[in-house]
Design a protein around this ligand. Structure first.
Ligand code: G1P
Ligand code: ZN
Length: 546
């Protein structure tokens, strides 16, 4: 087929600067004439796919996914990309995309997702780029894309009909080959190489252990069904909300106690299963629940690390651990115990890439329900679920027992995150700016009966490439190891979201049963006093507590 690429004049949009994880905006914005095209052209110009190289493309199935996939295909073809792999029906989870890039040595991948943000016509859409190591575009590349988008004057596209994506097979689009691939198989095979599927099959198919996996009508449904129900023999019905839908069944595909009410109610019922888990829109996050028990994500990272010898891939030991700065220091204690380093990075998975590529860390995690390892360069929801199941299979203990035993051994890092969503942008920014100004005078002062040991604005020097990233969050650390962190979200699409991270260390096991909310109440007061949150934002209470 010969087809002529059209060059269409356009003008830049002022807001095409990606945030913590790609460009995320309202669907409405993305549907504005040329909005998506501009960004895709800027991306293609910047990544300059060499002859013979290929990209992978897929998304979390949210509203506008289908249309956007076709636009990206037509533009890639017009821009001389020779080969494009697309997940069937335009679906690919973020960790699966990362794996495919690595496994097939692709130039990179384009993932259409706004992760855990709500979908549907009034919801959010997003686009992110991953490089040839399978990881999110690093800061510098992201800045180049943004700069290109800010100066764009034309884009190239083929005037061709849609490529059918509903069946595995090959098509041509101009001179580009489009390979529609099965989104699940390669990922499932990777999981089989990491875990002992025989042991997992005994646990899940044995009849006495029961679990529920809530796919939240997002992308992990097909993956979870294939792995948990088909390959591991868990009874049908183990996966709930397993059909991906463009508006996530009207829900908010964010696996936490607020947005996964169905799973939470199943796991707190009289006849609750032994294990519950959920994943987010694009399959990289995870929430782990026991019977009437919530596992804090920071604890989860520490527990996976402490039990890593139980999983074949990690049996030889971990080279190191990494956690984002606001994540609790529970993992640091395990690292110390194992005699390895725990690296503290800025928020966002991209900062783990260099450490993983250099072989300096094996496991990494964030308090925001993200855990992963060097098997891919993204966090991985189902992987975390299988890791937990592997621990349970080997130790034959309940989720709650595993967590309590961990606290008894290492002490408990009591942890909570308070989100104040949808603040007007200005007071949110001013609150953080004023805290930053106050930092030099804070050390040595007292708040809620504790002395501030140090206070700073977190800055990170990447140990591999020496890059420095500043202003990554205000840290207030007290002399009893308790800590408050303030930072503004880089993924929201409406106004500002202020995140306040609260934690304190409790070595005394007779106090481990206390509610996090009670233990941390004085720190919440301190956070309010320090930031004058109420006065500035009019908010008494956080929107979401995790
Ligand atoms: C949030 C999380 C962060 C995570 C990111 C992408 O970013 O806090 O840990 O990496 O989503 O899933 P934020 O909105 O805080 O910038
Ligand atoms: Zn996600």
């Amino acid at each position: 087929m010969s087809m002529i690429a059209q060059t269409i004049a356009t003008a830049p949009f002022a807001d095409q600067r990606p945030g913590t994880s790609g460009l995320r905006r309202k669907v409405e914005r993305f549907r504005e004439r040329h909005y998506l095209e501009n960004f895709v052209q800027a991306l293609l110009d910047t990544i300059a796919v060499p002859p013979g190289a290929a990209l992978v493309l897929g998304g979390d199935g949210r509203y506008f996914n289908r249309e956007a996939i076709q636009v990206v295909l037509r533009m890639a073809a017009a821009n001389g990309v020779e080969r494009m792999l697309v997940g069937r029906d335009g679906l690919l989870s973020t960790p699966a995309a990362s794996h495919i890039i690595r496994e097939r040595r692709l130039h990179g991948g384009i993932i259409l997702s706004a992760s855990h943000n709500p979908g549907g016509p009034d919801g959010d859409f997003g686009i992110k780029y991953n490089t040839d190591n399978g990881g999110p575009a690093p800061d510098q590349l992201t800045q180049e894309i943004a700069a290109r988008a800010a100066a764009i004057s034309a884009f190239r596209v083929l005037a061709t009909p849609d490529v059918p994506l509903d069946r595995v097979g090959a098509h041509s689009l101009g001179r580009m080959e489009v390979h529609v691939i099965d989104p699940v198989t390669e990922y499932a095979e990777l999981m089989e190489r990491i875990f002992d599927f025989g042991a997992l099959r005994e646990l899940l198919g044995g009849g006495s252990f029961r679990m529920r996996f809530d796919a939240m009508h997002a992308v992990t449904g097909p993956y979870a069904r294939e792995i948990l129900e088909r390959r591991l023999g868990a009874p049908p019905g183990t996966v709930i909300n397993g059909e991906p839908s463009p508006d996530f069944g009207g829900g908010h595909p964010d696996p936490n106690l607020t947005y996964a009410p169905e799973l939470v109610s199943i796991m707190s019922g009289e006849d609750a299963p032994d294990f519950g888990a959920a994943s987010d829109g694009d399959g990289d996050r995870n929430m782990i629940l026991g019977r009437r028990f919530f596992v804090n994500p920071s604890d989860s990272l520490a527990i996976l690390a402490a039990n890593s010898v139980l999983v074949p891939r990690y049996a030889g030991g971990l080279t190191g651990i990494a956690r984002s700065m606001p994540t609790s220091r529970a993992a640091d204690r395990v690292a110390r115990h194992l005699g390895i380093e725990c690296h503290e990075t800025p928020t966002g998975w991209k900062y783990f890439s260099n450490l993983l590529d250099a072989g300096m860390v094996t496991l990494c995690g964030e308090e925001s329900f993200g855990t992963g390892s060097d098997h891919v360069r993204e966090k991985d929801g189902l992987w975390a679920v299988l890791f937990w199941l592997a621990i349970i299979a080997r130790r034959s203990l309940s989720v709650e027992r595993i967590v309590r035993d961990h606290w008894a051994e290492f002490g408990r890092d009591v942890y909570m995150r308070h989100d104040y969503e949808g603040l007007p942008a200005e007071p949110g920014a001013a609150l953080v700016a004023d805290l930053r100004k106050a930092l030099p005078s804070l050390a040595g002062t007292h708040l809620v009966g504790r002395e501030i040991a140090f206070a700073d604005d977190f800055s990170y020097t990447d140990p591999v490439d020496g890059n420095v990233v500043a202003h990554q969050g205000i840290r207030i650390v007290f002399n009893d190891e308790s800590r408050i962190v303030f930072r503004l979200s880089g993924t929201g699409t409406e106004g500002a979201t202020l995140r306040v991270y609260l934690e304190s260390y409790e070595p005394d096991r007779t106090r481990h049963h206390l509610e996090a909310g009670d233990v941390l109440a004085p720190l919440v007061r301190a956070a309010h006093d320090l930031s004058r949150l109420r006065e500035r934002t009019g908010r008494e209470e956080p929107t979401v507590v995790t």
